[in-house]
Design a protein around this ligand. Structure first.
Ligand code: SME
Length: 160
């Protein structure tokens, strides 16, 4: 049975991360299919924080290919080192872009996107197999607090 997400409307963003973590752990722990888990994690983050766009790109051959997401139509393929997503893949680390207009090579899927965070997912060999991309309509919407919480959540998802 699918339960509804339990959220306290008065919580801060940091507190909301703490509220959704055990719920994600329970949902992901009860399902072995990676795409199903990525889809639910994207849905939970979108529903909780109402960001403009929340989704995954999966490493396939030499490109990132669009995976489960919530939000407006998005570009389907991103090259290694291209845009914020390809940069996070290449550098193997989380990239926070406070103002997308100041990030050279930013790939604008939506003109409403003003700031962005991209967090890589690693397999057992420390290779990137996917990235999580969050887009906000506000400038400077992401901080180290988001980075730490998202990295913790993504450790719950195992490689396909
Ligand atoms: N802005 C991203 C592309 C993906 S969309 O935002 C959904 C980038 O520069 O990699």
């Amino acid at each position: 049975m699918v339960e509804e997400l339990k959220l306290n409307p008065n919580s801060s963003r940091d507190e909301k991360y703490s509220e959704i973590y055990p719920q994600i752990k329970s949902i992901v722990g009860g399902e072995t299919d990676t795409i199903a888990n990525l889809a639910n994690v994207a849905a939970i983050i979108k529903e909780t924080f109402e960001f403009l766009w929340v989704g995954f790109y999966l490493v396939k051959d030499k490109e990132l290919v669009l995976g489960p997401f919530q939000g407006p139509l998005a570009c389907t393929r991103i090259g290694f080192g291209k845009g914020v997503c390809g940069t996070a893949w290449k550098e193997k680390k989380t990239v926070i872009v406070p103002d997308v207009e100041l990030f050279p090579g930013h790939i604008a899927c939506s003109s409403k996107s003003r700031s962005e965070i991209v967090v890589p997912l690693f397999n057992a060999k420390k290779e990137v197999w996917a990235v999580l991309d969050l887009d906000s309509a506000k400038v400077s919407d992401f901080t180290k607090m988001d980075e730490l919480n998202l990295e913790k959540i993504l450790k719950l998802i195992s490689k396909p």
